[in-house]
Design a protein around this ligand. Structure first.
Ligand SMILES: [Zn+2]
Length: 458
């Protein structure tokens, strides 16, 4: 989506609080565009999934916005000593004041400035994200110690300023234990310059076990998320993914719906193999699209439509008089049955005799003994062609004919033939289709054969 980079740029460039209404408006516009001003047909949560799982990966702008705020907070913290951050601040403002914000309980005594990049809402946003993620909002590992020891030890501000100038602010850089003010020649020189009494106090404090533990503790989860990433974009995506994990609402899982409608339970292994079947990449994109449309997305069956439109008409579209549930429309309807019977007849000719089960035809869930059958892929193409034939004639009060089904299969067959020619995979192709080609040629009516000039390609 080309709109995403633009929006990200906007979020990044304008350091003001963006109202929720703005984000809602973007969402609305996008949905209008996708559905061409008509009523949405697929839930937003489904569309926001990855392409392989049946969505089109629509970004969640609110989360992206939060990701950017998080990134800003992190950069602000990282570059807090760098000039670029100070330039737009009031020159009188001591930049170190801000340190307390993240170091300490934060922000309570802060005098917020309107034109600051890291402002109050930014901080609050950051805090709420941290709370949601159950993370410590304080970025620095030695924060709490920091303020406490300044107050309790009653160190002269003069001393502190000297340390700050020479070695920095964090306890990390001051050094702890035997390393206290020992790291660089400058630091060693410093020890001679600061007040002896202060030095003693500092040294004893920084040598206690407790302090050392605080300083040398493991990096926070935030640090782990941020540190390996250098580019801006990667960082935003990383944070976005983290936030998305949190936001993962329980969405309509198509497999659960199928399980419910078929009135049975799928084991973990079954679900895995169904998922694999549904995401299986066919050589042709068109086939894949059919597969996704027919099985992965939940269809607007008469029952669902009746619920949406609040009408009482939930009868099967083909006019058989039955209730139009998912399984009815695809399998149970007496106007659909004959085509599946034909599919099973063809399977028999290929030497496979699976039970007459909708889970096999619609979800690709083969019984154990047929899982490694050599004509499995051939059978899959047969199922897809049958599903597509059924879907195409969805509202006609008649049964899809075998000729129509064969026509669709022949279409798939030729598409895969040309793909195989192009990719030099003709042997694989022949293995898959040879037997079925013979069956199709023997079962198709003469008129169909004449019309489409069906003749052996292999
Ligand atoms: Zn029906």
């Amino acid at each position: 989506m080309a709109i995403l980079p633009k929006v990200l740029y906007k979020f990044n460039a304008i350091p003001i609080k963006i109202p929720t209404t703005f984000l809602v408006e973007i969402d609305k516009t996008i949905r209008k565009f996708i559905w061409n001003n008509k009523r949405p047909r697929i839930a937003k949560t489904m569309l926001s999934r990855k392409c392989e799982s049946g969505g089109i990966a629509i970004p969640d702008f609110k989360l992206y916005y939060r990701a950017i705020v998080t990134k800003t907070a992190w950069y602000w913290y990282q570059n807090r000593r760098v000039d670029q951050w100070y330039r737009i601040e009031d020159t009188v403002t001591n930049p170190q004041n801000y340190n307390y914000l993240i170091f300490d309980k934060g922000a309570k005594s802060m005098q917020w400035r309107k034109d600051s990049i890291f402002n109050k809402w930014c901080w609050e946003n950051w805090k709420s994200i941290c709370i949601k993620m159950k993370l410590n909002p304080f970025l620095s590992p030695c924060t709490k110690v920091n303020s406490k020891w300044i107050k309790e030890l009653d160190i002269k501000s003069e001393t502190w300023r000297l340390i700050e100038e020479k070695v920095g602010y964090d306890l990390h850089t001051v050094g702890s234990g035997s390393k206290f003010l020992n790291r660089t020649p400058i630091a060693q020189e410093l020890t001679t310059r600061i007040n002896n009494w202060d030095l003693l106090k500092l040294k004893s404090f920084l040598s206690t076990k407790e302090t050392i533990r605080e300083i040398n503790r493991e990096p926070t989860s935030w640090e782990q998320i941020f540190t390996p990433h250098t580019s801006d974009r990667a960082l935003i995506s990383r944070v976005y993914k983290e936030l998305k994990k949190l936001d993962n609402k329980i969405t309509n899982n198509p497999i659960n719906k199928w399980a419910k409608d078929l009135n049975r339970h799928f084991s973990e292994e079954d679900i895995q193999s169904i998922n694999k079947y549904m995401k299986k990449c066919s050589t042709s994109l068109a086939v894949r699209e059919m597969q996704i449309k027919t099985t992965l997305r939940y269809h607007l069956t008469p029952v669902r439509l009746a619920a949406i439109k609040k009408s009482n008409n939930n009868k099967c579209w083909r006019g058989c008089g039955e209730k139009g549930t998912l399984v009815h429309c695809w399998w149970d309807c007496k106007l659909v049955r004959p085509i599946w019977k034909a599919v099973w007849r063809f399977l028999g000719k290929l030497g496979m005799e699976p039970p007459f089960d909708p889970a096999i035809a619609l979800l690709g869930l083969f019984p154990e003994d047929l899982k490694r059958a050599c004509y499995r892929d051939t059978a899959t193409s047969m199922f897809i062609a049958a599903q597509f034939t059924i879907a195409r004639l969805w509202n006609q009060p008649r049964c899809p004919s075998i000729d129509e089904w064969i026509k669709k299969m022949w279409h798939l067959y030729t598409m895969e033939y040309y793909a195989a020619l192009k990719n030099d995979k003709i042997m694989e192709f022949a293995g898959k289709w040879m037997a079925l080609e013979q069956i199709m040629l023997s079962e198709a009516s003469q008129s169909l054969k004449n019309k489409y000039q069906m003749s052996s390609l292999i």
